[in-house]
Design a protein around this ligand. Structure first.
Ligand code: GLN
Length: 538
């Protein structure tokens, strides 16, 4: 078999959370900076068809692509590093693989054969890897296998990789294995045994890795590198050190100095070309690490114990902070702990308030209290999805004095359903993949903060919601000072609200955080941070 793309598989050993996503994205960045086209794909070995139905405590944030796929948060890293959009094809779970195979079986596609993990499940896995390669768009397809080698769940994926490696020509694929080299304080040494064992485990499944990326707290001495190379059948230059980094955005440069990209290209018989063009990246890092100002922004959410739940928002602030030459200190505030008695105390010192997206009633009253505090005290305010809906509810209750203004999501019998279920959501019973998902158009009106930020009338942003601003309240809201400044041209749905009297009070029904990248910090985040800075300097 030959393919126009080269395939790089990334596996992980010893422990989870070593950062396969960041290593994959960093390698992709370096290859991209050498002029190659790259895409990254992640396989998640769980039975959910996608992470859309998962509680953020289980799995962190659910990232949404332009084509409306609810995906793993690693896809956010891929987009932030590479500045190119991903799609449904870039994230596949075991649940999706099985559901496709079972559908085919029900259709009779297998012609009476017994359907088995090998070859039917592994064939489906291989098909989904090769499909990206056969698109002709990419020089490299990097496939990250979720989980840790040795897990029962990821075995079919490793088996599919083993088969593919035999089917492809020698230089068309390689395996990078990410491991941990722990430091044993009592003996004062770095230990290589866990890495040796995890490579043995991979070998027992028929896969010899070509490159080892070794996460470590301390530099690997030449002896340690030699030992790893010797015991794991790896060329010395392919033992790559990955020290703990100050920022995830440092990792591509660490990998560059370890020559990960060169080792990959040499092994795949691809020309090295020019030294990677990383000027914009290093400029960004310079601004990130040398801020001249600081600003405190409160992030109000109900999953704040697990920072990964709001990963894209936090990263958007990293990008927007660097763009403003300022450090954004995010103050994570639990919405359930906020109330009218302590709001003053909890939010007194911040120069900006962001209310995060979310689902369900828990913590809603705290979010509404925070929206009020921002409005009354003229503190720059940014409401995202549920955050925008809370701002609308607050305005309805306290400015329009509408009795019991609420969202149908929290009170189906509310007298004033200022946020209501979207018409086409009413009949939906299944929860998975049925929200209004993905990119939709929005037209922005003159003389708004949104237009000043975007500098264009027609934009596209990604969505993930079932409820919307109830259009029958639009004109009375406008009369009282909250205007709809962004509208979907096809459905008329309200996408952006603002309070023109306020310094910067913007609520968006969409998720701008999914589109912020190192190269293109999101204009709304940049403008929000700018107005918070202005507030601080006043
Ligand atoms: N729960 C709200 C809705 O479904 C908001 C969703 C969100 O914040 N992503 O409309």
């Amino acid at each position: 078999m030959t393919s126009s793309s080269k395939f790089i598989f990334v596996t992980g050993g010893v422990t989870s959370s070593l950062g396969k996503g960041i290593i994959s994205a960093s390698l992709a960045k370096l290859l991209q900076a050498r002029g190659y086209s790259v895409t990254i794909q992640k396989f998640d070995p769980y039975i959910n068809v996608d992470p859309g139905t998962l509680n953020p405590y289980e799995h962190g944030e659910c990232y949404v692509t332009n084509d409306g796929a609810e995906t793993d948060l690693d896809l956010g890293h891929y987009e932030r590093f590479l500045n190119i959009p991903t799609s449904q094809a870039n994230n596949v779970t075991t649940g999706r693989i099985y559901s496709d195979v079972i559908q085919k079986e029900r259709r009779g596609d297998y012609l009476g054969k017994t359907v088995q993990v090998i070859p039917h499940i592994t064939n489906e896995i291989k098909r989904r890897i090769l499909i990206l390669g056969s698109s002709g768009k990419y020089d490299f397809v990097i496939t990250e296998i979720g989980g840790t080698i040795g897990d029962i769940e990821s075995q079919p994926y490793v088996e599919a990789v083993r088969q593919l490696r035999w089917e492809l020509e020698k230089h068309e694929s390689l395996v990078i294995h990410l491991t941990l080299v722990p430091f044993l304080r009592t003996s004062g040494e770095l230990k290589t045994k866990p890495t040796q064992h995890s490579v043995k485990e991979l070998l027992s499944m028929g896969v010899q890795p070509n490159i080892l990326v070794c996460r470590s707290e301390y530099p690997l001495s030449p002896e340690v590198r030699q030992k790893i190379a010797l015991f794991c059948n790896i060329k010395l230059e392919a033992v790559i050190e990955s020290l703990d980094a100050e920022s995830i955005y440092d990792v591509p440069l660490h990998m560059l100095s370890e020559k990960l990209d060169e080792v990959v290209l040499n092994r795949m018989k691809m020309p090295l070309g020019e030294k990677p063009e990383m000027k914009n990246w290093t400029n960004f890092l310079h601004r990130l690490k040398n801020p001249t100002q600081e600003v405190d922004i409160a992030l109000i959410g109900k999953y704040v114990e697990l920072k990964d739940s709001y990963l894209s928002i936090a990263e958007s602030f990293v990008h927007a902070g660097a763009a403003n030459g300022c450090k954004v200190n995010l103050k994570w505030v639990h919405s359930e702990e906020l109330n009218e008695h302590n709001v003053d105390f909890l939010l007194d010192y911040v120069q900006g308030i962001l209310i995060a997206p979310g689902f369900g009633e828990r913590g809603i009253e705290g979010k509404i209290e925070a929206a009020k505090y921002a409005r009354v005290n003229d503190i720059p305010f940014f409401g995202i999805c549920l955050g925008m809906q809370c701002a609308v509810i607050e305005f309805g209750r306290n400015v329009l004095k509408l009795p019991n203004a609420n969202s149908t999501e929290f009170d189906e019998d509310a007298e004033n359903k200022v946020i209501d279920i979207m018409e086409n959501q009413k009949k939906i019973i299944d929860m998975g993949g049925t929200m209004r998902l993905g990119a939709y158009d929005c037209t922005i009106k003159e003389d708004s903060n949104a237009l000043r930020a975007y500098r264009q009338h027609d934009i596209q942003e990604r969505h993930r919601h079932r409820f919307e601003f109830n259009s029958s309240y639009k004109s009375v809201y406008r009369e009282y000072g909250m205007t709809s400044v962004g509208i979907n041209p096809d459905s008329g749905l309200v996408e952006i609200i603002e309070i023109p009297e306020h310094t910067w009070y913007v609520g968006v029904q969409f998720h701008p955080e999914y589109r912020s990248t190192v190269t293109n910090p999101h204009p709304l985040f940049v403008d929000f941070v700018k107005s918070a800075l202005a507030k601080r300097n006043n």
